[in-house]
Design a binder for this molecule. Structure first.
Ligand code: ADP
Ligand code: MG
Length: 709
């Protein structure tokens, strides 16, 4: 602030056409890659760098290794391959020898690499008919630049964007910024010093024009930190703001009769982890600010009884509770399970003769009939229903409660921010119910900080006792698998066979499940009682099949991923996943969690070839460990953060440089600094420029929270 430099906001208000050299055509090309302002341009970061100090001569190139050489174009030709792809072949050389460059689908190379031009090329060296060759190398035309490190920008043929164009434009932008006042740096000096961060002007210059690779790394570190800090500022501020502006319910957590009765009826003691999490929840419930807590717990860690405890704490004080699941099937299962656990428990009711009535649990989904729905609606408003179980539709449709005190959302990853917002309008007196969201998809700590940074997080990191670890094996061929099922069924156990996931088409998936069912029933599993379950099976049929499987009247359940979550049959000990490479780590882990739920040793058999090295690593990780958090880390390493960020990845709030994977430590640092900067009261009032940057990058929605104070 003291330096009066140019703000990012000001850069964003400058169109690229203000720069010398960016004509109309240039602006059009840039617009095609979403670069419109000077800020966009400076945020169009290089894809990679060529370190000219590592330049070799052609005779030093080694087959099978990457190399970089400065060469002259001797001849260039283009043709089409047999399957119609464009192929440009360029003959280049330096004083020590010749090299052949082959470019597929880059017809413009013909015009770029004209005879006599000099270029630095970088790529893996192979040989073709005795010649040294590079296929689709990185090319940097040697212009008037002298730097040893050359930035290579993302190119786009359709947009007509080539690296050296961008380089020229960026150079002009940097020159103009430097000439005037440099960039303003709103991050407090104390913070920068703590992490030995370079200033913002230097960071932007060095990410584009580094003098050394070290300088580039420093620049990247600073810009990564800025990205992560903006996100954390938004999240922390949102959390503080919710706490400050919403009127929650102060639950009376001193009386615990209902919870005690519930626990006494369970037949098992809570694990230490369950006790700890329930205590955290009760502490939240006793506070006036509404709870916003995420409960992470691996499959089978016993989240349901924690959820029921929370619901009972609310019911105890005369409030109602809601439990929401992502699908109707799951809601139905929760309803069955929870109603059974709460059977025989009574609540006070002065309107009845004995001033007591049974605690009432109801189910409401899109399959509930209109008359039922009407009845439930009336009873909800009258307060005759204590716990309502249903899908997420519960909070969106005009369902009114008398006094909703506690909401549990199962499987958070399908539950969005807007849905959470809808909860704020649920009580007529303006109070906001407490919210517990549960996920069985463990995500790494730093990712949780980013994706769920506006929630408090509890972790169930302990499995109920007596669980047998699930032995997992991978079989390229399915022939070993069927005898395992037969043996287990012989021993009185049951098995699941999950059919290949076909994401593109439910029809195909259903058909493949039907085919598997028929061929297994008539073939490998003949003589066993086999049932079929998939997304197109009607409700009553589905219920019947599940009932038969639960009661042990079916030996094997052939199914699609409809059984992914919530199915709980302790006698099932074998999980076979066909074509397992098609599934993601999290999904396989969920499926595996369907077994190992009882006293018997269980197995999970992953079947099929792994078509890619990545899918092979996935399968190997599952064989290696059953720890969901460890798998989540592997998943993050393999897939990057894209899938985790989900919703929030759209538009400008995209992380450009930062990676939740590589930059874990910076996520933590940014979180810590954001907590300091936002403080406990006044928000970012002392840091208006930072607040404005959050708006600029993350949009009005996020910043709404920042500016309100
Ligand atoms: P998830 O966290 O996957 O939702 P559930 O809540 O469905 O797990 O619990 C899995 C199984 O473990 C259920 O059969 C449940 O009754 C049982 N369970 C939960 N807590 C305990 C405990 N403390 N001791 C023994 N069994 C438990
Ligand atoms: Mg569950």
């Amino acid at each position: 602030m003291a330096d009066h430099g140019i703000t990012l906001r000001e850069l964003d208000e400058r169109p690229v056409t203000d720069l010398n050299g960016v004509g109309e055509a240039g602006a059009r090309s840039l617009a095609a890659v979403e670069v419109r302002s000077v800020l966009d341009l400076l945020g169009y970061y290089p894809r990679r760098y060529l370190d000219r100090s590592r330049e070799a001569t052609v005779d030093q190139l080694a087959l099978g290794e990457e190399g970089m050489v400065l060469v002259r174009v001797e001849a260039v030709a283009s043709r089409r391959t047999r399957n119609g792809r464009s192929l440009v072949e360029v003959r280049v050389a330096d004083d020590t020898g010749g090299l052949r460059l082959t470019f597929f689908n880059q017809p413009w190379r013909l015009k770029q690499l004209t005879e006599g031009r000099e270029a630095v090329v970088f790529g893996k060296v192979d040989s073709f008919r005795g010649d040294l060759q590079m296929t689709n190398p990185v090319v940097d035309l040697v212009g008037d630049r002298t730097g040893r490190i050359v930035a290579v920008y993302p190119q786009s043929e359709t947009a007509g964007i080539q690296s050296w164009h961008v380089d020229g434009f960026v150079g002009e932008a940097l020159r103009r910024v430097g000439k005037v006042r440099g960039l303003s740096d709103p991050v407090p000096v104390g913070v920068l010093d703590r992490y030995r961060m370079v200033g913002r002007s230097d960071a932007y210059r060095s990410i584009h024009r580094p003098e050394s690779m070290q300088e580039m790394v420093e620049a990247r570190r600073r810009l990564v930190f800025d990205e992560l800090l903006r996100i954390q500022l938004a999240l922390v501020q949102r959390k503080r703001d919710l706490e400050r502006t919403s009127v929650g319910i102060v639950h009376d957590t001193a009386t615990t009769i209902l919870m005690e009765k519930f626990r006494a009826g369970l037949g098992f003691p809570f694990t230490d982890a369950q006790d700890r999490v329930v205590a955290q929840i009760l502490e939240d419930l006793a506070r006036p600010a509404p709870m916003h807590r995420l409960l992470q717990g691996d499959v089978g860690s016993g989240k349901t009884v924690v959820a029921v405890s929370a619901l009972l704490a609310a019911v105890q004080g005369g409030y109602q509770g809601a439990l929401m699941a992502p699908t109707a099937v799951l809601a139905e299962q929760h309803h069955l399970g929870v109603a059974e656990m709460l059977d025989g428990i009574t609540v006070d009711d002065p309107d009845t003769l004995l001033e007591q009535r049974p605690l009432k649990v109801e189910l409401l989904t899109n399959r509930t009939t209109t008359t039922e729905r009407r009845r439930i609606g009336t009873e909800l408003v009258a307060g005759g229903i204590d716990v309502l179980i249903g899908t997420h539709a519960l909070i969106q449709e005009g369902v009114r409660f008398r006094s909703l005190g506690m909401v549990v959302v199962d499987e958070q990853h399908r539950f969005g921010v807007e849905q959470r917002a809808a909860l704020r309008e649920k009580n007529d007196d303006g109070t906001v119910p407490d919210v517990l969201v549960m996920t069985a998809t463990p995500i790494p700590r730093t990712a949780a900080m980013t994706v769920y940074g506006d929630l408090d997080v509890s972790v169930l990191d302990e499995m109920p006792p007596g669980r047998n670890p699930i032995a997992t094996s991978w079989h390229e061929d399915d022939s070993d698998v069927w005898p395992v099922i037969r043996d287990e069924v012989e021993a009185g156990r049951q098995a699941y066979v999950v059919c290949p996931l076909i994401e593109e088409s439910e029809n195909l998936e259903v058909r493949s499940a039907e085919e598997a069912f028929t061929s297994l029933s008539d073939g490998e599993l003949t003589g066993l009682r086999v049932g079929l379950l998939h997304g197109r099976v009607g409700r009553s049929e589905k219920e019947k099949t599940m009932r038969l499987f639960r009661s042990g009247d079916l030996d094997v359940l052939v199914a699609t991923t409809v059984i992914e979550v919530g199915v709980d049959v302790p006698n099932a000990t074998v999980m076979v996943v066909l074509d397992a490479a098609r599934f993601g780590i999290a999904q396989l882990h969920q499926l595996r969690g369907r077994v190992g739920r009882g006293e018997h040793a269980s197995r999970c058999l992953l079947v099929g070839k792994a078509p890619t090295p990545e899918s092979e690593e996935r399968l190997r990780a599952l064989v290696r460990t059953t720890d969901g958090f460890e798998l989540a880390e592997v998943d993050l390493d393999l897939r990057g953060e894209g899938t985790i960020m989900g919703e929030r990845q759209k538009g400008r709030n995209d992380l450009r440089l930062a990676s939740l994977r590589r930059d874990r430590e910076w996520v933590e640092a940014a979180r810590e600094e954001a907590l300091h900067l936002v403080g406990s009261g006044g928000g970012l009032a002392d840091h208006p420029e930072l607040a404005d940057e959050v708006t600029l990058f993350l949009g009005e929605d996020e910043s709404g929270y920042l500016l309100k104070s």
